[in-house]
Design a protein around this ligand. Structure first.
Ligand code: AMP
Ligand code: ZN
Length: 114
């Protein structure tokens, strides 16, 4: 989608440190990492947020979570633990309106989130 940063990364118009790519999903390093491991996992299809996910695209969430798990294992944080975040809407602090899952790990997380 025109003007979408993450679509720009998918189209390779905007550089990113890509860690995984397949036909439907892309994963790349967050530009402003908040943990030793901070990776974003997104669908290649432009979907603004979880609220905009069509029913017939719900299986994408499974693919994205499975990819997050695989990357966590690759980065050696499967056992130590990690956090998955999917910000949705203004109160969550969502800044980029192309649905994305954050994978955080490599340090102890606090709870509750701020
Ligand atoms: P959210 O607040 O959930 O919308 O998170 C958006 C995330 O995208 C933030 O953690 C940003 O640091 C990250 N981000 C924004 N632009 C880029 C970019 N060009 N490459 C990688 N990550 C980005
Ligand atoms: Zn997009």
């Amino acid at each position: 989608m025109e003007g979408c940063i993450f679509c720009g990364i998918i189209n390779k118009n905007i550089p990113a440190r890509i860690v995984h790519e397949d036909d439907e999903v892309l994963a790349f390093e967050d530009i402003n990492a908040k943990a030793p491991v901070h990776i974003l996992i997104i669908p290649k299809e432009h979907i603004g947020s979880l609220n905009d996910l069509p029913k017939d695209r719900e299986p994408l969430l499974g693919q994205i979570l499975a990819r997050a798990r695989a990357i966590a294992a690759e980065r050696g944080i499967a056992k130590s633990g990690y956090r998955i975040v999917l910000n949705t809407g203004p109160d969550s602090g969502q800044e980029v309106f192309h649905i994305h899952v954050h994978l955080f790990g490599g340090r102890r997380m606090t709870w509750p989130p701020g």
